[in-house]
Write a protein that binds this ligand. Structure first.
Ligand code: ADP
Ligand code: MG
Length: 618
């Protein structure tokens, strides 16, 4: 048999390398921006069209390249950043592999304009699929501009694999933010389809974080600093009460390079132990400086993973530095989420001497009266009112805005408790034959002709709301409640992106947005199904659910939206329901198209027939 092994031609080798370095438009931005930083720029502009699928352009004011360097820069393993293997361990630059430009040029149409400081004119080069198609002198400012057009034009499989513009834009924003956070002393801008997403002036770390994540971020940050022999830590963690449902704002930078490290993430999270609500994630922006000798960056082509010599020590130092900061800034001791906040003494009353509690009773309040009939969501609005205005919340002592009345009327208190007792044993209403009761504030138990029915209250309500929302979004818009004062909620750019994608559907459910700015949303109407105080949590949950993917297809988007909102609006287990509320749920559930399953396909109820019971007694 003859020899069969041969060297791959350069353009093929480059295409293969590109597979590792360039996964999506965001990877191109990362590489180009890193090159711009390595070139000593202090101002970097990024322009993209169609989520980078049509155009990605990065313009810098760095040191530029000579004609020869400009040609060389597209060769594989061509770099000015290291000369020998040992240099890998004293890296001060972002790049060093010398393969980014070669890889990018292998799979797109690239145009480069560059001019060093000391030259009169610059160089213009055009390369298509690794082939030089044009080279010329050009008049251009000092620095470099690289345009990458038609990414993956020669690898259809990769191009088809790209996600929707919304998703690719999110990846780009992620990448952009990471780099911008690491280099506050450089000004950055990002423009997408002619609209400016970010315009970040030169500043310090704290201000940069605020500029990216919105004005309200500043007050949420707790500084962290620590200096030891092996690491210098600076940066911020978010106060625990602002922890988010999504992991969006978690950043580690090692020697100004964004890295992912589940291990160090664990150190941070463990420093927050006992301070976070279930399933919420703290924000952090932590900058670690270590001796370049003590890390290996070259374990992954995209350089986002890193190997530390002394990971255990780093873990311990990081954890204790954060604990210290949280303690020092008095964040730690105040919070205890395991306690039932209903049992807490409201702040204002802690130091007051005992006074006779005043009680306000709404004598006209009738929980069985449907407040708003004719609205698109009878059940829920009626239900909401009952929950919101039940006797419990009428105790003024729990409502801090009410003044204590010194001369409280004792008769009213007695009257009130009579009402309560009356309520609990009230079987005299017309629904007697279909009576229900609640088990563990979690299940609604009802009798059937042939046995008993046990309903999971949360899942049942989720199913009801889900079908109602789907109908509202697709068929007839829901009624909204007008807010007296517009609600102004702060979001970051990414979150605003998601909201604007979903705006139309959200408006069908009853939200009315009067304004979507870069970092805030003004809301003047909300669905009748929710209260004003729930809006922020609901939208945050929604954004978290859409974090990884905004489906392209209209149906799955509506479906996900309805699922997410229904989950957030539905009564939770642990909520006490009165008889009418239980009945409402049961009746509405069985009017649903698919009462047996929650929107996420879990059982909503189980039945136990008399036959089955009989067997148990045999
Ligand atoms: P690496 O960054 O790993 O060296 P690249 O392929 O990204 O490899 O770039 C190759 C070389 O081209 C760099 O080492 C640098 O000398 C030069 N270069 C790339 N981009 C720029 C730029 N924006 N300004 C100046 N020089 C650049
Ligand atoms: Mg590079």
């Amino acid at each position: 048999m003859g020899d069969i092994i041969q060297l791959l031609p350069d353009h093929v080798a480059n295409q293969i390398a590109a597979g590792e370095v360039v996964q999506r438009p965001a990877s191109v931005i990362k590489e180009l921006v890193e090159n711009a930083i390595d070139a000593g720029s202090n101002s970097i502009q990024v322009v993209i069209k169609d989520a980078g699928k049509t155009l990605i352009q990065v313009v810098d004011n760095g040191k530029g390249m000579s004609l020869t360097d400009a040609r060389m820069s597209f060769e594989r393993h061509a770099t000015s950043k290291i000369k020998q293997a040992e240099d890998l361990f004293k890296l001060k630059t972002k790049g060093f592999r010398g393969e980014a430009l070669a890889s990018i040029a292998a799979i797109s149409h690239v145009e480069l304009k560059t001019k060093p400081d000391n030259e009169e004119v610059g160089t213009f080069i055009k390369i298509e699929g690794s082939k030089l198609t044009s080279q010329d002198v050009c008049v251009c400012p000092q620095g470099t501009s690289v345009s990458v057009k038609n990414l993956f034009y020669n690898i259809p499989a990769r191009r088809n694999f790209l996600k929707s513009d919304a998703v690719e834009t999110r990846h780009i924003i992620d990448e952009f933010q990471r780099t911008a956070l690491a280099h506050p002393q450089i000004s950055f801008s990002l423009v997408h389809n002619n609209s400016e997403l970010f315009q970040l002036p030169e500043t310090n770390h704290r201000q940069r974080i605020t500029n990216i994540f919105g004005g309200k971020t500043n007050e949420k940050l707790v500084p962290v600093t620590e200096e030891t022999e092996i690491v210098e830590i600076s940066g911020f963690v978010g106060k625990p009460e602002f922890a988010k449902k999504s992991r969006g704002e978690q950043f580690f930078f090692v020697n100004n390079r964004f890295v992912k490290s589940p291990y160090l993430n664990h150190a941070v999270v463990s420093a927050f132990e006992g301070l976070l609500k279930d399933k919420s994630h703290p924000s952090y922006f932590l900058f670690l400086k270590v001796d370049p000798k003590s890390i290996d960056i070259n374990i992954h082509p995209t350089k986002t993973e890193i190997k530390f010599d002394d990971e255990h020590a780093l873990y311990a130092i990081l954890r204790s530095a954060i604990k210290h900061s949280l303690g020092q800034f008095n964040v730690a001791p105040v919070l205890d989420f395991d306690r039932d906040s209903n049992l807490d003494t409201p702040y204002e009353y802690k130091n007051k001497s005992a006074e006779v509690p005043g009680v306000e009773v709404d004598r006209n309040f009738n929980p069985f009266k449907d407040e708003k009939s004719g609205s698109g969501s009878n059940f829920s609005s009626g239900f909401k009112k009952e929950r919101g205005e039940s006797w419990e919340s009428l105790y003024t002592g729990l409502q801090t805005e009410h003044e204590l009345k010194p001369d409280a009327d004792f008769k009213e208190i007695e009257f009130e408790s009579e009402e309560v007792t009356g309520n609990l044993f009230n079987n005299s209403d017309s629904s007697e034959e279909k009576s229900t009761f609640q088990l563990q504030k979690k299940y609604i138990v009802s009798t059937l002709k042939s046995g008993i029915l046990v309903i999971d209250q949360h899942r049942a309500h989720t199913r009801i709301l889900y079908e109602e929302l789907l109908k509202n979004i697709t068929v007839s818009a829901a009624v909204s409640q007008q807010l007296l004062f517009p609600l102004n909620l702060q979001f970051n750019t990414q979150e605003i992106e998601v909201i604007s994608q979903l705006k139309d559907s959200l408006e069908q459910t009853g939200f009315i947005f009067s304004e979507l700015k870069k970092d805030s949303a003004e809301i003047v109407g909300i669905p009748t199904l929710i209260s004003e105080s729930e809006v922020a949590i609901l939208l945050e949950q929604l954004i978290a659910d859409f974090e990884n993917d905004v489906p392209d297809n209209g149906f799955s988007q509506t479906d996900l939206l309805a699922k997410s909102l229904a989950k957030g609006m539905a009564v939770k287990s642990g909520t006490l329901l009165n008889n009418t509320e239980q009945q409402h749920i049961v009746n509405r559930l069985f009017a649903c198209k698919e009462p047996g399953l929650s929107p996420t396909n879990r059982s909503v109820f189980v039945t136990l027939t008399v036959d089955e019971l009989d067997k148990k007694f045999m």
